[in-house]
Design a protein around this ligand. Structure first.
Ligand SMILES: *[C@@H]1O[C@H](CO)[C@@H](O)[C@H](O)[C@H]1NC(C)=O
Ligand SMILES: *[C@@H]1O[C@H](CO)[C@@H](O)[C@H](O)[C@H]1NC(C)=O
Length: 267
C-alpha cells in the first residue's frame, strides 16, 4: 500500500506544507535554495512515451564528473532507454533546455522491480553522463561518505528537491527547495515502520520536516569533518512530514562497493 502511494506519485515533493490545526507550519521546513548552494543537485527529466511529454520527476546527485546517483524507482521502464532520460545540472530552476544526455543507466541488481519496489531496498541507480562535466560555482560533485562514517541520531542534515509543495493541490515549486532534517535512530524508525526498514536504509526527518514525492533520488547530505557528504538517497515514506514517520533513504555507505565497482570499471 505504501509502495503504491510512492509509485503513483513518484518522486515529487521536496517540501510539503504541513498543517497544524489550520496553521501552515511550513513546507516541511522548506524554502527556496540559493544558486550554487547545493551544486551537486541534479534534476531527472524523464520522457513518458504515453503522454509524449518530458517531466522533471526525480532528483539525483552528481557524485563524480560523469556520474549521477539516483533512486532505482525513478527508472520506471523495465529496459530503460537512455534517450528517455535527461539530466539538469547547475540550476535551481526547472530547466529542460540545458539538460544533458545520459549514456548508461545502471539499476542496482537487487532492486525489486516486480514486488516491493523501494520498500524492498537497494533503491539506487547510477546514470553515466555522455561527457564529464566541468566543475564551476554552480556545478560540483558531492563526496561520498567514508565507509566508517556514522551520523548519530539528531545529526542535522539537509535534503533538497523539486517535489510537490502541496501534494493535495499538486503545487510544484519553480525553485529547488531545501529542508534541514534530523537523522532518526534505526530502532525508533522501526518502531513505526516495522521491519520494512532494512540495513541498507536510514531514516531522517521530523514532523513537518521531510522530503516528499518528487524528491526521490535526491541527496540527503550531512557535514562530516567540515565537508558535505551524501549520506542518503530519497527513497520512500508514509506520506510526508507526519509525526513518527520520517523519510526513508537508501543508505549510501551500504552501496559504496557497488558504486565504486561501476565507476571505476565502466567503459
Ligand atoms: C526552451 O526552448 C524552447 C524551444 O527552443 C523555448 O521556446 C523556451 O522558451 C525555452 N525555455 C527556456 C526556459 O529557456
Ligand atoms: C544482492 O543481494 C545478495 C543477497 O543478499 C548479496 O549477496 C549481493 O552481494 C547483493 N548484490 C549487490 C550487488 O550488492
Amino acid at each position: 500500500m505504501l509502495w503504491l502511494l510512492v509509485l503513483t506519485l513518484p518522486c515529487l515533493g521536496g517540501s510539503v506544507p504541513v498543517t497544524s490545526g489550520t496553521e501552515l507550519v511550513g513546507i516541511v521546513g522548506g524554502h527556496d535554495a540559493a544558486d550554487g548552494k547545493w551544486p551537486w543537485q541534479v534534476g531527472l527529466w524523464v520522457f513518458d512515451p504515453t503522454s509524449y511529454q518530458w517531466s522533471l520527476n526525480c532528483g539525483g546527485s552528481l557524485i563524480y564528473p560523469q556520474w549521477v546517483l539516483t533512486a532505482a524507482h525513478c527508472i520506471r521502464e523495465r529496459n530503460p532507454e537512455t534517450r528517455h532520460i535527461k539530466v539538469q545540472l547547475g540550476q535551481v530552476r526547472r530547466s529542460y533546455n540545458d539538460s544533458v544526455q545520459v549514456a548508461r543507466i545502471i539499476r542496482h541488481p537487487n532492486y525489486s522491480l516486480e514486488n516491493e519496489g523501494p520498500e524492498g531496498g537497494a533503491d539506487v541507480a547510477l546514470l553515466k553522463l555522455e561527457a564529464p562535466v566541468q566543475p564551476s560555482n554552480l556545478v560540483k560533485w558531492i563526496r561520498l561518505p567514508p565507509a566508517s562514517s556514522a551520523f548519530p541520531p539528531g545529526s542535522r542534515c539537509w535534503v533538497t528537491g523539486w517535489g510537490l509543495i502541496a501534494p493535495e493541490e499538486s503545487l510544484l515549486p519553480k525553485n529547488l527547495q531545501e529542508v534541514e532534517v534530523p537523522i532518526v535512530a534505526d530502532e525508533i524508525c522501526r518502531q513505526h515502520y516495522g521491519n520494512r526498514i532494512t540495513e541498507d536504509m536510514l531514516c531522517a526527518g521530523s514532523e513537518g520536516r521531510d522530503s516528499c514525492r518528487g524528491d526521490s533520488g535526491g541527496p540527503l547530505v550531512c557535514k562530516w569533518r567540515g565537508t558535505w557528504v551524501q549520506v542518503g538517497v530519497v527513497s520512500w515514506g508514509s506520506k510526508c512530514g507526519l509525526p513518527n514517520f520520517p523519510g526513508v533513504y537508501a543508505r549510501v555507505t551500504s552501496f559504496l562497493p557497488w558504486i565504486h565497482l561501476h565507476i571505476h570499471s565502466s567503459p
